[in-house]
Design a binder for this molecule. Sequence first.
Ligand code: ADP
Length: 159
Amino acid sequence: MIRVVCPGSFDPVTNGHLDIISRAAKLHDEVIVGVLRNPSKSSLFTADERVELLREVSKDLPNVAVAKFNGLIVDFCRANEVSAIVKGLRAVTDFDYEMQMAQMNYNQAGVETLFMTTNPLYAFLSSSLVKEFARYGGDVASLVPEPVLHQLTERLARE
Ligand code: ADP
């Protein structure tokens, strides 16, 4: 049984994330989406809200589960019998950092990292860009799942 983790902040989950999660789910027995709870980093949505949104948008993927984690992803992998970390690679700018991180995780705990190339439709997409555009009235409807669009619009209106 191969269980993998897709880690990230998911503040909020975008169509780019969902694309990687659903493709990973086709290739592995189980996928855990690991939501990083980092109290020192300010986020628009709380960790619980990010988990809720991820559960909602992945509800049709039966082998996908969502869990929070803090600390090292390799510790999460050990505790949950996860064989590999799956990450989406968007551009060369992602590559240097992701490669270093993958090698560190292998060096520290023997945890493998698998890279999936981003869907070109979403190659430019990040949660921060979505938030920035939405904040200034940009149309992000094609970039995030419907429940996220709804929550995002509501949350930004309160700012
Ligand atoms: P971001 O704010 O950049 O979306 P996250 O930490 O939430 O950052 O992203 C988690 C992981 O999801 C990233 O490390 C990357 O592997 C993957 N990812 C994010 N956006 C995309 C995208 N548009 N296409 C493919 N993979 C992505």
